[in-house]
Design a protein around this ligand. Structure first.
Ligand code: AGP
Length: 608
């Protein structure tokens, strides 16, 4: 996610802003910038790369004199990482500067409107639109201009804005992207997160959705988007700065699990318009999509597990043949790729060596490659023929959670797009599927609220030697991910098995008390999976079941049941994986493992 810091007060603004941005580096970013009013005009310095570059450019802020300013570390969503795309962004007269965290979903329409009014864009970002739109509405009253803009933009934002005609004021506004404000005897601050200003004050006020703040050197005023002034309470932050970086969570992994509802919504909602799936980034016409007769999905690790799910969902909904491959296998097996096929590579980092090699191998053979990627401007994003970005925000923990969940969303959207074009799903069913997708963020939120029960259950297994995960169909894909989550952070041996495959060998490993997690979210397969649960129970296993609300049958065969809310079976992975993520996390925490940085692992495997 991007980081915002702003300051207005008695001290030089630039050093305070740069120090605050350095406290937000943990959020991940690819460029940084700062704007300060020097008494005459707004000066901006910005650069792609690390914050250090900006610090060197400005001699730690010395070259940017002034008492009011805004700064930004950018996590690219629209427009590759570059100096020109870095924030802050000016209006054309350079009398207004803006920093933004979030996604302006209707920026294309707004860009078009502004161009018709004579505005020229200099960057590829959605944010620049905000600077010009404020300019368009500004008639001398900054608050009025900002409120008008907030009525026009759709999407999520945390904004910092300064006006050269109002150097005694700093403005901030928020919708869905976090924003706090604070004050001490030397001035007032805005920031995306607590660590940025903890050095100056522990009294902060959390800005709520569609609220605007006008900060002066010694006081702040809060308004609604209708310019009504409101009163807000501040809170005292008890955390130390390390805890503050994790938003008060013990680990980045837990914080990122709790960011899944937002990441899923951010990846999903901008691509559902007027009851249709709209994926402009595909750069493929409906005819080109219709001509796709086969899909190859290639990835590693958890991204591969997403691909396994994608196979079931695409074949089920779009009746299109799908093959899934581990990238490390694909690149060396001299694959036979069918004419007219499409290759999809899935990667959070966009830098995984095997996946990048699979992309290049496919292109070498003349196939177009779609990248499903989380990091804008990464190697896979740059080399793929088209990119479908997941908007999970930067993922710090080595064990992926929110990127995994947003990758699932990307594949569901693709499946629905193909199903619509190939007319393999009736209108009514299609509409129902969209409704089920829209419910996922809240349902994930609900499952996350169950963490205490999961933690209690997990504590029983911190001494386990072997834990098995079984399931059929999509439940097998869920088992693969549940097993990986557990073993990669708790170091407990675990295997995922297609439930129907158990009797062909692995069942010999089941002993008295062995934990078997059975995933049963596919109604047509309930009976079969229940019989596999009975088989392992007969050999002494303790069976944890993850199943749909209302599937009471399962209680006959399970020792402990976790229920997930009602959704279409195609989307069950998005829900069933939540308790399994929490289970793996709490077993690892219970064992005292380094959850965010597990031994032997890297966040991105950029070597073979
Ligand atoms: C999953 O928790 C692991 N971090 C790992 O399996 C990861 O999914 C795999 O290395 C692929 O990484 P990528 O998505 O960045 O390509």
């Amino acid at each position: 996610m991007c980081g915002i810091v702003g300051y207005i007060g008695k001290r030089q603004a630039a050093p305070i802003i740069l120090e605050g941005l350095s406290r937000l580096e943990y959020r991940g970013y690819d460029s940084a910038g700062i704007a300060v009013f020097d008494g005459d005009k707004i000066n901006i310095s910005k650069a792609a790369g690390r914050l250090k570059i900006l610090e060197e450019m400005t001699h730690n802020g010395e070259t940017l004199k002034g008492f009011v300013g805004i700064g930004h570390t950018r996590w690219a969503t629209h427009g590759v990482p570059s100096t020109i795309n870095a924030h802050p962004h000016y209006n054309r007269e350079e009398t207004i500067a803006v920093v933004h965290n979030g996604i302006i979903e209707n920026y294309i329409a707004l860009r078009k409107m502004l161009k018709e009014k004579g505005y020229e864009m200099v960057s590829d970002t959605d944010t620049e639109v905000v600077a010009h739109l404020i300019d368009y509405y500004y008639k001398g009253n900054p608050l009025e201009a900002i409120t008008k803009v907030l009525h026009r933009v759709e999407g999520s934002y945390a904004l910092g804005v300064i006006f050269s005609e109002h150097p005694d004021q700093l403005f901030a506004a928020r919708k869905d992207s976090p924003l706090i404000v604070g004050q001490n005897e030397e001035g007032c601050f805005i920031a995306s997160d607590v660590p940025a200003i903890l050095k100056y004050t522990r009294q902060v006020t959390y800005v709520d959705n569609q609220e605007i703040v006008r900060l002066r050197g010694d006081h702040m005023h809060f308004y609604t988007v209708d310019e009504e002034e409101i009163k807000k309470e501040s809170v005292t932050i008890e955390w130390d700065s390390k805890a503050a970086e994790k938003g008060g969570y013990e680990h980045f992994m837990l914080k990122e699990m709790y960011e899944q509802p937002k990441g899923v919504a951010d990846t999903l909602l901008p691509r559902i318009k007027d009851g249709e799936v709209v994926i402009d980034e595909l750069n493929m016409t409906d005819e080109e999509l219709l001509s796709v007769k086969k899909i190859y999905i290639v990835a590693c690790g958890s991204a591969y597990h997403v691909g396994v799910t994608g196979k079931y969902v695409l074949e089920n909904l779009a009746r299109i043949s799908v093959e899934v491959d581990l990238a490390s296998e694909f690149r060396y097996r001299n694959p036979v790729l069918e004419e007219g096929a499409m290759v999809i590579v899935v990667s959070q980092s966009g830098e995984t060596a095997d996946t990048l090699a699979a992309l290049r191998e496919s292109q070498k053979r003349g196939f177009k490659v779609l990248g499903i990627v989380n990091v804008v401007g990464s190697s896979i994003a740059r080399e793929a023929d088209s990119v479908l970005y997941t908007w999970a925000g930067p993922e710090i923990a080595v064990a992926t959670t929110k990127a995994y969940s947003t990758q699932l969303i990307a594949l569901y959207l693709l499946a629905l797009k193909f199903a619509r074009i190939r007319k393999t799903v009736e209108d009514k069913v299609f509409a129902g599927l969209l409704e089920d997708l829209k419910k996922l963020p809240d349902q994930i939120e609900l499952l996350l609220s169950n963490k205490n029960h999961i933690q209690k259950f997990a504590n029983r297994y911190i001494g386990a030697k072997d834990i098995f995960f079984i399931g059929r169909g999509i439940d097998y894909a869920i088992s693969l991910e549940g097993s990986l989550k557990l073993k990669e952070i708790s170091y407990i041996h675990s295997e995922a098995y297609a439930a129907g495959e158990l009797k062909h060998g692995t069942i010999s490993l089941i002993e008295e008390g062995t934990l078997v997690a059975a995933v049963a979210t596919q109604p047509e397969l309930f009976a079969k999976t229940i019989s596999n649960m009975v088989e392992v129970k007969a050999r002494g296993a303790f069976v944890l079941a993850v199943t749909n609300e209302g599937n009471m049958e399962i209680e006959k065969a399970a020792d402990y049941v976790i229920y997930i809310p009602e959704t279409n079976p195609c989307f069950a992975n998005s829900l069933a994986i939540i308790p399994l993520q929490l289970f793996g996390y709490y077993v690892a925490v219970g064992k005292g493992c380094d959850v965010d940085k597990p031994r032997n692992l890297a966040k991105s495997v950029t070597v073979e």
